[in-house]
Design a binder for this molecule. Structure first.
Ligand code: UD1
Length: 386
């Protein structure tokens, strides 16, 4: 290994990325052979979607902020690529680590590999087999291009093998999000977030909703809200509202539905500690998020996933997750409340020690890497345009 610590970029962009990056940033910061730099693309920019997570998770202010913000998929992806290319040319790292499946994950991967910089993808190999999801396209693209694929579960390894990935590129490391949960557990357990609504532990459910397939169509969104209202009549529900959902509700004139259900408590998006406190105290979760399917499996809490598929099938086969159509929500919630629900068990390597395994893996690969990232010069403008 070289005497100088290797520069490694850790890319975070949107809310679910911060809890994947945080444990790894802390782990890499503790070893003397690595200098981790936090890169924030700016895909999420509201304080409660971004800054609150950095401070909750003990992350520093980003060393590099690309400030890209919202836009269409092409605008957002292209904006990240243009800004990140310049940052990579200014000061090339030895490795780039990307996490998850958001637009910035794919954009940064594509940019770095084209400059000849090594990329590792943490949470590789997950597949919903639903190409109408933007995240599925991001997952396929990222895994096709990245040099090193760190997977959370054996189903991910199988997907990558089926796609022809060289087994030497693939390492099962486990689920890094649960490292954040364990790292923060004492603070989370002390937070008692439910008290804000006068609720009791195990006396309420927690809801998150933001997938385009659920919130971008007015009829679907209305059907889900009505089903939530009916469920909230039996069990109070807390719904921290994602900005995408909030803007669709306003656009479709559906905000009034929120006020019609007394048991449905709607609030702004919560920081990591408050949200996980709310989840830990909950009787059940209703969600279309990927991360919450995993966190509830880890915590043994029933999870009703409002999607026709999941890229996290291990939460169905080993965990507490069930896919539920909005028309079945009331019935499924009744079953969960009656205790007729899978108890589940924790998948292998979902143990709060994934950052250690990733750090060890990166150390082995850095031995093979050039001391400073050698950057392939960009193509002349004309050649690049062809
Ligand atoms: C993105 C990810 C999704 C992830 C989700 C978590 C993609 C394709 N999608 O979806 O995988 O599960 O983040 O939240 O990358 N907005 C704000 N403030 C913010 C961020 C967004 O108001 O801080 C608004 C935007 O203006 C936009 C909407 O929310 O109208 C959606 O934001 P965007 O980042 O495009 O996608 P998400 O739906 O958040």
């Amino acid at each position: 290994m070289s005497a100088r610590p290797a520069l490694v970029h850790l890319v975070a962009a949107a809310r679910p990325n911060f809890m994947k990056v945080a444990p790894l940033w802390h782990a890499l910061n503790r070893v003397d052979w690595c200098r981790p730099l936090l890169v924030h693309t700016g895909q999420h920019y509201d304080h409660n979607m971004s800054g609150a997570f950095l401070s909750d998770l003990g992350l520093p202010s980003p060393h590099l902020h690309l400030g890209v913000g919202s836009g269409s998929h092409a605008q957002q992806t292209a904006g990240v690529m243009v800004a990140y290319e310049q940052a990579l040319l200014d000061r090339p790292p030895a490795w780039v680590i990307v996490v998850g499946d958001v637009n910035s994950t794919a954009a940064c991967t594509l940019t770095a590999v084209k400059l000849g910089i090594k990329v590792a993808h943490l949470e590789a190999g997950l597949r919903s087999f639903d190409r109408s999801m933007p995240e599925e396209i991001n997952r396929l693209l990222t895994d096709a291009c990245a040099d090193l694929l760190w997977t959370p579960s054996p189903d991910a390894d199988q997907n990558l093998a089926r796609e022809g990935a060289d087994p030497a590129r693939v390492e099962l490391v486990g689920n890094i999000m649960l490292d954040s949960l364990e790292m923060m557990r004492p603070v989370i357990e002390a937070a008692r977030a439910w008290e804000r609504w006068g609720l009791k532990p195990k006396g309420y459910g927690v809801v998150t909703l933001h997938r385009p397939a659920n919130v971008d169509d007015p009829l679907t969104l209305e059907a889900i809200l009505r089903a939530l209202g009916e469920t909230a009549a039996r069990l109070p529900l807390v719904l921290p509202l994602h900005p995408r959902t909030a803007s669709r509700l306003a656009q479709f004139g559906l905000e009034r539905l929120l006020g019609e259900s007394p048991g449905l408590h709607v609030c702004q998006p919560l920081g990591y500690t408050s949200f996980m406190s709310l989840v830990m105290g909950s009787r059940l979760a209703i969600t279309d998020s990927g991360g919450l399917q995993e966190e509830t499996t880890y915590l043994g809490i029933p999870c009703l996933t409002l999607r026709p598929n999941t890229e996290r099938p291990i939460t169905l086969t080993q965990g507490t997750n069930r896919l539920v159509h909005p028309t079945e929500l009331g019935q499924a919630a009744a079953q969960a409340l009656a205790g007729r629900w899978a108890k589940g068990r924790r998948p292998r390597f979902w143990d709060g020690r994934t950052a250690e395994r990733v750090t060890a893996s990166l150390g082995r690969h850095l031995d093979q890497a050039p001391a400073s990232g050698e950057v392939r010069p960009p193509l002349p403008r004309q050649a690049a345009a062809i």
